[in-house]
Design a protein around this ligand. Sequence first.
Ligand code: SAJ
Length: 401
Amino acid sequence: MKACFMGLGYIGLPTAIIAAKHGVDIIGVDINPSVVEQTNAGHLHIIEPGMEELLQEVVKAGKLKASITPEVADAYFMVVPTPFKGNHEPDISYVESATRAVLPILKEGDLYVIESTSPVGTTDKMRDLIFSIRPELKDKIHIAYCPERVLPGNVIYELVHNDRVIGGMDNASTDKAIAFYSQFVKGTLHRTNCRTAEMCKLTENSSRDVQIAFANELSLICDKANINVWDLIQLANKHPRVNILQPGSGVGGHCIAVDPYFITADFPMESKIIADAREINNYKSFWCAEKIKNTMLQFELLRGRKPVVAMMGLAFKPDIDDLREAPAKYIVSKVMQGSNDGEMLIVEPNIEKHNVYKLTEYREAYQKADIVAFLVSHSVFKELPYDENKEILDFSGVFKR
Ligand code: SAJ
């Protein structure tokens, strides 16, 4: 079995590596020559614990080879980004160009799968594209949509153990895709059609976004009502059918803050809660920035000097070094914009250097600061002693009980 993975990013590369480890011969394709070069040299260009060792193993064994052009295979996987355009409209142009790149080499009996998070109807569109250019392949190839579900940081485990949803264009396509994934997935492979599988991925991440928005909304209410939101949620969650998530400084990353827009763009009249949740989660970051700025002003008014402010955390969630689409980065830049309100200490214990900010060691920053804003609840922050002499803005629940 030979498989060609189009896209060697955060999902394509780990999936290709795990499939190779389970005996599939892999051609990994990326348009970025540096990614191809690094992959062939056994250097993992993404951040994922334990994955580089596996990459080196499969490259050495000759099971995985990276290239800038696709090669003839038995199965093709589109694992490329689907960002959004200016008005939060999904952009499927990378899926389309990856599909066009494999089109000339597709042959009877092949499997074509889209894994990229995609708006409903994308697989139908790509099927139409394939058959418009290669009409002789009609009913002769297998087409399916199979979204990934892995949590960054825990990919090695989740790629193998999570259940997956597989939506074929027809039963034979679903069978063929299930046969491929069952080579390395131990979780259950659930059968459905393409449109349901596409919507399922969007639903999973929108569901989490809506639940986080509920927690963030509660945090705004509690701030006004002078109630500790962390205590409140803990108590409410003692109810057997209540399970509220945690508020924070906003929702970041490249999935949950993006995918709901793929629903709201296509179904604007029907997706009120999903759209509101996006707004609430975005607003939460703005609110945090305003809260820090106001606390700085108050400090100066009361103490007659400018405060030292510690901004704790830059990553998009706890205990990772991934800063992509991080609310904390937005908050730091918003607070610093046009502000000469004192000394700013920027902290991110999971990275050594940042290309824009000078980083301060977290204990030193905490000790020096008058105002401490916890933007991410990294585990190391939880070991700091609560200091009542400081203004502590605990947006991410570092000191929650
Ligand atoms: N967050 C909160 N409060 C919470 C939980 C999370 O504010 O209670 C914030 C985080 O700090 C972060 C953001 O939400 O900024 C997203 O973090 P996350 O851990 O919820 O999710 P991701 O983006 O790392 O991964 C998600 C996962 N989807 C779901 O849990 C439904 C993962 O399984 C998907 O594979 C991934 O998106 C993806 O690639 O789509």
